[in-house]
Write a protein that binds this ligand. Structure first.
Ligand code: ZN
Length: 485
């Protein structure tokens, strides 16, 4: 998430248990008039006991549950058990999605006219220990669906997907409505963009053009998107009265439930300059470059996205290198001011939700990535870098549908980069009670102050490293395999 929390979203349980059920197959059919989803869930194999489970509120929403065999379902708390499942048997039920979206107690779900945003854990029953499921969706003419799932080829006019199994408390969003999903095809993968109701035709066109520009910027880390399918949900919310400076992107969030997704809450009335000044979208796109690291690793993940939100915008020409260094320097000053020494960085990271040490956690993490990047580049004449280590991580390990322990992630980066610096600095930074000391790094890079102004010195021993950080790899300039439809 970016450092601008307008709302805190709850995480939702999506648990299931069952053994040997094979890969489930779902068929969904949406009825727009009643905003109801008809769900059929089939398993090819016979199973003695199938356990089905969903989020806490699902029991209130599932209507007409019936098995082909006519055998009953045993309900236990949030779960259902189906005894003696026959090979090829299906379960049928329907769900009033409109009513779920209208539930005022769930701030992550919403309805505007025919457009709904809902969490699948409220209604999509998951089968036991199945690693993944296949799904086919039929929609009425003029309707679209936006999902974090992987696209499968389709020959029958319906949409086909594979749902990766992710940990039960990872949040996901699904949108259904009269929007038109637009694809932004990039090297490595596709952004599937849905702009929710609330922007006019001209505003939607500008939003898509902007997303094309900035997704190219985010690629300049190593020239490709690390995931084949990324859901991008753009929710126009208009100007925010409590934000003093009007922002184009009011809030952003990256989620990983059932696949990777970004949600951007935007003010579509802002002009192109305001969107070009935005950093939230590049920050959220940068989160695609690392696996989920949990609350303990939030300083690493938020630090990486915060480092790249400045570095990648400089490489794209949205900031000059001097402006990017000044942004980093300002952020470090805010992080230093926000650091309370009673906790070490890892503890502050774990308790960020309660203590709101956002500045300290985000900017200490940013300092970590700058420190490591500079050391790798100095030791290798710019041949090794954070960009290159992450490119190798993508090749071996992304997408990843599990949580990585922070020390496991940095050890993997060291193994891939042939270095020790990720782990060394990780151990040092996570135990710090103060803000990371950057004096020596600043001197090496040629960063210094004249009064309030940050100045750069090209005679500094690692001035070439400072320049290389903001230039990036040569491939960043022209992602040659990009296809813009
Ligand atoms: Zn973030």
């Amino acid at each position: 998430m970016p450092l601008r929390p307008l709302a805190l979203f709850a995480a939702f349980m999506l648990a299931a248990t069952a053994q040997g059920a094979g890969s489930p197959h779902y068929q969904l059919r949406y009825e727009a008039g009643t905003a109801t989803m008809q769900v059929t869930l089939c398993l090819a194999q016979a199973v003695a006991d199938v356990h089905l489970e969903a989020g806490d509120d699902a029991a209130r929403h599932l209507d007409g549950l019936a098995r082909d065999s006519g055998a009953p379902l045993q309900r236990t708390d949030r779960a259902w058990n189906a005894h003696d499942w026959r090979a090829g048997e299906c379960l049928h039920y329907h769900v009033p999605l409109g009513r779920i979206a209208d539930d005022r107690s769930r701030h992550d779900q919403t309805r505007r006219g025919d457009d709904l945003v809902i969490d699948p854990s409220s209604w999509l029953l998951q089968v036991g220990d199945a690693d993944a499921a296949d799904l086919r969706v039929e929609l009425p003419p003029g309707f679209s669906i936006s999902v974090p799932w992987q696209r499968l080829p389709s020959s029958d006019g319906a949409s086909h997907y594979r749902i990766p199994r992710t940990p039960d408390d990872w949040m996901a969003r699904i949108a259904i409505g009269r929007f038109r999903e637009q694809d932004i095809a990039l090297a490595g993968g596709t952004l599937h963009v849905a702009i929710f109701k609330g922007a006019d035709a001209a505003q939607r066109e500008r939003l898509i053009a902007w997303l094309r520009r900035i997704s190219r910027d985010a690629l300049s880390a190593y020239g490709r998107l690390p995931l084949t399918d990324v859901q991008v949900l753009v929710v126009p919310i208009g100007p925010q009265p409590d934000v003093t400076q009007r922002e184009a992107v009011v809030f952003g969030q990256s989620t990983r439930g059932q696949g990777n997704a970004l949600t951007l809450f935007v003010d579509p009335t802002q002009n192109d300059d305001a969107f070009d000044r935005d950093w939230v979208a590049v920050h959220e796109l940068s989160h695609l470059l690392h696996p989920y690291l949990g609350d303990r690793g939030a300083w690493l993940s938020e630090g990486l996205a915060t480092y790249y939100q400045n570095v990648l915008r400089a490489r794209a020409g949205l900031l000059t290198p001097e402006q990017a260094w000044a942004q980093l320097d300002d952020g470090f000053a805010r992080g230093r001011r926000d650091t309370r020494p009673d906790l070490d960085l890892e503890q502050a990271s774990l308790q960020m939700g309660e203590r709101h040490d956002f500045q300290r956690v985000y900017w200490s993490g940013t300092a970590y990535w700058l420190q490591v990047d500079a050391e790798l580049r100095r030791a290798s004449a710019n041949r090794m870098s954070v960009d290159e280590a992450l490119r190798r991580f993508d090749a071996c390990c992304l997408p990843s549908y599990r949580r990585w322990a922070p020390d496991e992630f940095v050890a993997k980066l060291d193994a891939l980069a042939g270095s020790a610096v990720f782990t060394q600095r990780f151990r040092e930074f996570r135990a710090r009670h103060d803000f990371p000391e950057l004096t020596a790094l600043y001197a090496a890079l040629g960063l210094g102050r004249e009064g309030e102004t940050l100045r750069v010195d090209d005679q500094a021993p690692a001035a070439n490293v400072r320049r290389a950080v903001m230039q990036g790899p040569a491939l960043a300039k022209r992602p040659s395999s990009e296809r813009v439809p």
